[in-house]
Design a protein around this ligand. Structure first.
Ligand code: MRU
Length: 367
């Protein structure tokens, strides 16, 4: 997508041909800064501290982390160590394990001297594949938005879409998952407006989704996380679309904390609730999302403190609680499949169920 008229992906190979460039998302929306990753530890740090975040981008960064490791040393021990370090960065997004398994399985049978070249090639393929996949999710989602627009009730002259967290191009290599249909609908001339949940505590909605939508000219308003129920109850949301960090085989959807409450409100008010995801976000080994998906618990400081712009262009952190207060910071929750109207994938839209998923990915039936 474009930043000030220049096309960007969220991760790319630097001009030097070996280091990896990322957009430092911890600095947005106040500063647009890129950063070079030179070692697997740099890649792990970028994922852990959320300079890069969002399930597909975490996977892509891990893949390049392996390439950087293979540039240092291509032996089995280096491969195993890099996989271990990168796998330990964040627990919830299954794209991380997916990318690491893909890299390990492709590189292990190759002679150590040839692993570096193969690793860079595979990491680039993962990135290009992600872009194509998300574009396809966008097209299927555009069909859905077009249908809702054609069937709109009298008096609705803008289609209001609510989203949670950031599942736009910054969360992927390009296009995004939940926001890809929104960008395409806007480009196709369908009048869409997005309600952007701020997404406490890290404010991915207020900081990143609002920045992406502004850059693309899509009308939107940031709302506090608790406003969605009220807006749905008063007929001001026609569609919810979110992303997901891991979707279980039974269609349970894990996403940023607060997604479940939006799905409950949508269910209570008859608002369609869709989740957009690429194939690598499906955990085929996870039979029951609520029982099994590991929920990341992050530093309580993220709840106690808020980061923002202080004035005169300076950014800073302020405490919002009494001194000494304790907090807990659960980063994700699981929305049961029964609350999800449908899953928008690169292969089409299906019910949130094992049968629904297998109708699009029949090759996983025997797994
Ligand atoms: O903690 P984050 O910012 O990595 O969480 C990201 C999300 O929850 C996204 O909605 C999810 O990864 C889908 S991204 C296409």
């Amino acid at each position: 997508m474009n930043v000030n008229g220049k096309p960007f992906r969220s991760i790319w190979l630097d001009r030097d041909g070996w280091s990896v460039a990322i957009i430092d998302q911890t600095r947005l929306p106040h500063e647009f800064l890129t950063r070079r990753l030179e070692t697997p530890d740099d890649a792990a740090e970028a994922i852990r501290t959320m300079r890069v975040r969002g399930a597909p981008l975490i996977g892509a960064t891990a893949a390049y982390g392996i390439a950087l490791a293979m540039r240092q040393r291509g032996d089995d021990q280096a491969l195993a160590e890099a996989c271990r370090t990168l796998a330990a960065t964040r627990p919830t997004a299954v794209n991380l394990n997916w990318a690491l398994s893909l890299m390990r399985e492709a590189l292990a049978p190759i002679a150590p001297a040839q692993r570096m070249e193969a690793a860079y090639r595979l990491a680039a393929d993962i990135c290009d594949g992600d872009v194509a996949t998300n574009r396809s999710i966008g097209e299927h989602g555009l069909g859905l938005i077009g249908e809702l627009w054609d069937r709109r009730p009298d008096g609705v002259d803008v289609l209001h879409i609510l989203t949670h967290c950031n599942a736009g191009w910054l969360a992927t290599v390009d296009w995004g998952t939940a926001l890809a249909p929104v960008f395409l609908a806007h480009d196709a001339g369908i009048p869409v407006h997005v309600w952007v949940d701020e997404t406490r505590p890290r404010n991915q909605g207020a900081a990143l989704t609002a920045w992406e939508l502004s850059s693309h000219g899509v009308p939107h308003d940031v709302i506090v996380d608790n406003a969605g129920g009220h807006l749905m109850q008063t007929g001001r949301v026609q569609l919810c679309i979110t992303g997901t960090d891991r979707t279980a085989r039974n269609g349970d959807v894990c996403n940023k904390i607060g997604t479940y409450l939006k799905a409950l409100a949508a269910h209570d008010n008859g608002v369609p609730f869709y989740v957009a995801l690429p194939g690598p976000t499906i955990d085929w080994d996870m039979q029951d999302g609520i029982a099994g998906i590991p929920i990341e618990e992050r530093d309580p400081a993220e709840v106690i403190e808020v980061q923002g712009q202080l004035g005169e262009g300076r950014t800073g952190t302020v405490r919002i609680t009494p001194p000494g207060v304790t907090a807990r910071n659960f980063a994700f929750d699981v929305t049961p499949a029964r609350l999800v109207t449908g899953l928008i994938t690169e292969r089409g839209i299906c019910p949130a169920s094992e049968a629904g998923l297998l109708s699009l990915y029949p090759e996983r039936a025997g797994d």
